[in-house]
Every structure is written in C-alpha cells, then in structure tokens.
Design a protein around this ligand. Structure first.
Ligand code: PEP
Ligand code: MN
Length: 274
C-alpha cells in the first residue's frame, strides 16, 4: 500500500464520484463526463461578476469560479474583495442556479468561505499548508486541491491524504502546471500526471489550462489534451474583457472563445475513446 493510502486505488477500485448539490439538479464530478468550471480569475465587482456569470451560464458551465481572496505574487496587486466577493459569488449562484467555487488562503476565513460557497479551493501555493489542509479536512465541503507549483505527484497525493485523513473524503485534484526550465509559458502542464493520478488514485482529477499555460491561445488545445488524457473536468478562466482584467487577463478566454471550447469538449465526449 502506498503512503497515500486513503487516496490510493488499492483502497477503492471504483472511481470516487463527488456530488455537488445545485438548484438545477445534482452535479457529479468523476462520472466519466467532463465537468466544466469557469469564470474570471477574481471577483472584481458585483456588476462585472454577475454579468460574466449570466454570459456564460448557458454555455456548458457546471460550476462558477471566482477568487475573493487572491494569492498575488506582489503585495501591491489586487488581492480580491474578500467577504464582499463571497457575497457576490453567493448572489451569482442564486441568479444562475450554478454552484460556486472559491479559494481560501487562511484558516481564519474558512467558515465564511464555507458559508457562502459550495466548493473550497486550496490553491497551488497552499498545497502544503498542512494546517489549512487539516482544517478543510474537518469540514464536509468538497475541496479542490491544486497541485503545488513545484510538487511531485507523490507530494500532491500526500497533501490530499491530509484532507482525507482528517475525515473529508470529498477531494478533487487539479493539475495546474508545474515550474520547469521552460519560460515561454507560465507553467508546464503535466498531462501525463493526469493519466498517472487516475491510475494511482480513485479521486477525480481536473486540469486548469489557464494557470497551466498563462496564454489564452493555448487554453483550448491543452484543455482538449487534458480530456484526451482522462481528466474528469476543466477549470477555465473567462473574462468579458480580458485586457481590462484585474488579474490573469492574458490567460482569460473571451466568452466567445469559451463557448467554442465548451462545444469542442462536448464533441470529444461523444467519441468515447479510452
Ligand atoms: C486560481 O485558480 O485562482 C489560482 C490562483 O490558481 P493556482 O493556485 O493554480 O495558481
Ligand atoms: Mn487566476
């Protein structure tokens, strides 16, 4: 048995399916079809968030995303609207009927994030924040655990094990690219890790080609590659006006680009190859 024993395939041979309640019916992640999470990097204002949510809600999105607590490299960059952002996410859920996911950076904000949102995200920078992992492990909310930017697959699965071991079995893994010597892209998306983690673990695996590549033009091809490699879903940044975005505009798709990607994904699903 590997060290990540609760996450291991040996522990459970069937794929774990994570159910997210929603007004439009339950969403299941890990069933073999592609779950699409989309929205802007950050919740920038009530008006802009509700506008993008309405623009994309019928384009094949299952879950809305948006950061309220943003981990920014520079302390001078926009760091999110915090609780006000959470309230806007909850309002978007009311209006669209779609569940919402947002990142938590600090255990002190966890209760608020759980109150307003349906899924908690642990970002790449916090993958090995063990006290945060144990804290979300004590909750019963589904958690998206992003791969650390310099984490091996084993370290990622062991980080996941902290959440499982604390009693929360609703963990969704997300490959978002790792740091390599390559400088033309923000990160290097480890597509093989998707197939590997599906082999090693029973948990669902998503891919985030937005943070993975940092370039709008590469998001769709890498998203298609992720699905071909067996990913259970995608996390995609979309902005109504990427040039004006307060964070990650270069990697954000326009709504039209997103609609076309979502259509491609549906077509790929019909191929049923594996
Ligand atoms: C995000 O999804 O908003 C994010 C900051 O991603 P990552 O943790 O993968 O950098
Ligand atoms: Mn982002």
């Amino acid at each position: 048995m590997p060290a990540y024993k609760l996450a291991a395939r040996q522990e459970q041979s069937s794929n774990t399916q994570i159910k997210i309640p929603s007004r439009n019916g339950e969403i299941s992640i890990g069933t073999g079809s592609c779950t699409i999470i989309a929205g802007p990097c950050s919740v920038e204002s009530r008006k802009k968030y509700l506008e993008i949510a309405m623009l994309i809600k019928d384009m094949g999105v299952h879950i809305l995303r948006g950061g309220a607590y943003k981990p920014r490299t520079s302390p001078y960059s926009f760091a999110g609207l915090e609780e006000e952002g959470l309230k806007i996410l909850a309002e978007a859920r009311e209006i669209t009927g779609l569940p919402v996911v947002t990142e938590v950076l600090d255990p002190r904000d966890l209760d608020k994030v759980m109150y307003y949102c349906d899924i908690i995200q642990i970002g790449s920078r916090n993958m090995q924040n063990f006290s945060l992992l144990k804290e979300v492990g004590r909750s019963r909310k589904p958690v998206i655990l992003k791969r650390g930017l310099a984490a091996t697959v084993e370290e990622w699965l062991l980080a996941c094990e902290y959440i499982l071991n604390a009693g929360n079995d609703k963990v969704i893994l997300c490959e978002r690219g790792i740091r390599t010597f390559e400088k033309m892209m923000r990160n290097t998306v480890d597509i093989a890790a998707v197939a590997l983690v599906k082999e090693l673990s029973h948990l669902p695996v998503l891919v985030d080609p937005s943070h993975g590549t940092g370039r709008r033009s590469l998001v769709a091809p890498v998203a298609r590659a992720a699905i071909a490699a067996g990913a259970d879903g995608l996390m995609i940044e979309v902005h109504q006006n990427p040039e004006q975005a307060l964070s990650d505009g270069e990697q954000s798709l326009t709504p039209a680009m997103f609609a076309s990607l979502a259509q491609d994904i549906r077509k790929m699903e019909q191929l049923q190859v594996s």
